[in-house]
Design a protein around this ligand. Structure first.
Ligand SMILES: [Zn+2]
Length: 337
């Protein structure tokens, strides 16, 4: 239909393989590297073991090598790579890009990821707090506008909250927003390093749950600990079931307190530990959120599982790179219909 004077509009559609972005998630347990196309689809995925206590220059070189490898192995022309989005646990310095003293990644103390990785790879680098990247990744893949006002509880080796308000991620003035580890969720819970008892972070840490469930032998890393909890819950071990029920209640209380503050009413749960525990925790969390007397919500709080999955922080970091490309030069990513 022609609605007025002027050249008829040309219809364009996105060419997904016109450009690519790399996403990296620096995590205490496993580093994830993904390549996404312009549609946000993951076209390559790699996991690399963290390098422990190597010097910072070596860590950066290892990440640069992983970026080179995944792009090369996927057969992608390097000229089509827009850049690298890096998701990492904070805190960052106020100008962004530099990791200060991440408690979960001690080897990354004072490393300028943005500048140093950019210098080695020759690619633009964006650095984002992992929980914010996770929120962005989820918004990209959610076709609706439901997540315009939402929060993403990221449950990995640590716990944090990604926040979206009015369709945009909330970063705060120094990109460090989302710290919810010290919300008290269980007055009788374990002691926290901050001096309080029952803070969310310490209360749902895999090794806390393991200790509370009465295991004497460590199972290995946090993934092995969590897998043992899930296995024993499936077998009906009463102590494990009780511990997991309580973990679900603790998570629910944190979500209700955060929702009272933010009034978003849409909750996404994700992250590598959540992905493993969702099957045994999701029902408890949803039921307790709905019935928590502390809630001031005037409509039901929707609780959903991440549709992106365990890679969500890496995928979200890559999507941030795509966002920048769309804003700058959208026409180059389009083909005429
Ligand atoms: Zn605390």
């Amino acid at each position: 239909m022609i609605s007025g004077p002027g050249k008829p509009r040309t219809l364009l559609k996105l060419e997904p393989r016109s450009r690519f972005a790399v996403g990296v998630h620096l995590d205490p347990v496993v580093d994830t590297v993904v390549v996404v196309d312009m549609a946000g689809s993951v076209v390559a995925h790699e996991e690399i073991a963290p390098y422990g206590s190597a010097p910072a220059s070596e860590l950066i070189r290892a990440v640069a090598r992983a970026v080179d490898d995944i792009v090369g192995d996927a057969g992608i022309d390097r000229d089509l790579v827009l850049g690298v989005g890096v998701a990492a646990p904070g805190p960052f310095d106020p100008r962004g890009g530099r990791l200060l003293d991440p408690p979960l990644l001690p080897a990354w103390h004072n490393v300028n990821v943005r500048d140093d990785l950019g210098a080695i790879t020759g690619l633009p680098v964006i650095v984002e707090k992992d929980v914010t990247a996770a929120m962005v990744g989820e918004m990209w893949f959610d076709g609706s506008s439901v997540l315009n006002d939402a929060m993403f509880l990221y449950y990995g080796a640590g716990v944090g909250l990604g926040i979206a308000v009015a369709g945009a991620p909330v970063r705060g003035r120094t990109s460090n927003a989302g710290g919810i580890a010290h919300i008290v969720v269980d007055p009788l819970g374990p002691m926290c390093g901050c001096g309080s008892r029952g803070c969310l972070g310490v209360s749902i840490e895999p090794r806390t749950l393991t200790a509370e469930a009465g295991y004497n032998e460590p199972a290995g890393d946090s993934r092995a600990e969590v897998d043992r909890l899930v296995r024993d819950a499936a077998a009906g071990r009463p102590e494990t079931l009780a511990v997991l029920r309580r973990a679900g209640e603790r998570i629910a209380r944190a979500l209700v307190v955060a929702n009272n503050l933010l009034d978003v009413d849409e909750v996404v749960l994700g992250g590598p530990v959540w992905e493993r525990l969702a099957g045994v925790l999701a029902d408890t969390v949803a039921a307790r959120v709905a019935g928590d007397p502390a809630s001031t919500a005037t409509r039901a709080i929707a609780v959903r599982r991440s549709i992106v999955g365990a890679d969500v922080a890496a995928v979200g970091a890559a999507c941030l790179m795509l966002d920048g490309a769309f804003a700058a030069r959208p026409a180059r990513m389009m083909i005429a219909l």
